[in-house]
Design a protein around this ligand. Sequence first.
Ligand code: SOE
Length: 381
Amino acid sequence: MKKIKVGIVGTGFIGPAHIEALRRLPNVEVAALCEVTVELAKQKAEALGIERYYTFEDLLKQEDIESVHICTPNFLHYSQSKAALLAGKHVVCEKPLAKDLHEAEELVELAAKTGLVNAVHFNLRYYPLARQMKTMREKGDLGEIYSIMGSYLQDWLFYDTDYNWRLEPDKSGDSRAIADIGSHLMDILEYITGLKTTAVMADFNTVHKTRKKPLKPVETYSGKMLQPEDYADVNITTEDHANVLLRFDNGNRGVITVSQVQAGRKNRMTLEISGSKQTFNWCSETPNEMWIGNRDKSNEVLLRDPSLAYAEARQLMTFPGGHNEGFPDTSKQLFKEVYEAVAAGKQPEKPTFPTFADGYRELLICEKILESNKKQAWVEV
Ligand code: SOE
């Protein structure tokens, strides 16, 4: 079978996750990677068992590389996705698609003009029970949606000495927690419910207004190790925590909370969707079960089990029976759909995977959330 050769752009945290997922697909070969310097690219290529390594510019010159995954910090997503599309490469870009709406709009238009496959790594849509909730809603099992409560909680930036490039506005953009994990939450809410967010009321908080020097050397985005003594205390304006009230196009309401300073919550997205027939509750830290709340009969726990799920969810289940599905499996399932399109050589008419247009939609909501927080007022989407 002819394998599609893929290049990985950036190998910090999520790049290796893309590589692992891609290596599980029979029609794909992770043939190359690039990093901010050739030296760093060589080092990462050896560590990851990939033969070819380049600078970004040289990677795009490789004729045999058909697609690239943009896994660099947010501020590079636009320029690198644009360059890759212009070089004739299909593109899978990490969320958020860009730092602002204008960049995202240009990418959507350019991708449409080239006809190249374009996708955004909203991988949490691919937990089987997230797909089950969407399908149950589509089949009417939920009824009219009364309210939505969502949260996405982490603690990896809990201490004021925790460092990451996301703390640097020039790398992350004007928002941090909302742009980084709120993006997943706002995407999956509309994906599962089919509702459109029509207005937002946001309230951000920066718990650690000063971030102190890291306790140990940390790797910066450029691969350079940051020694604690090199790091001066920095004032932080981007949000550690945010509450956002939501209004939807069916006239009903919702609320989300995102935090990256929630001790004990590692990577925990929770959704509670209340409908006129039932309530659904699902959590990404226990992704293989969902709670179904009933008014006139006992509540239920639905397990991730092919024999209990709709076909749309069953197709995301790697193994029969109750074998658990995890975070890495979601990327594999997303990329499986993407590379069916790449094998066909163009973006499908009706993509089943999240596209640049979905990335634009999520960024639109994120920008309105930022505007609302700044104005401390309701803002229409
Ligand atoms: C950090 O918050 C992070 O790596 C996000 O950037 C990812 O999108 C999320 O899937 C896991 O946490």
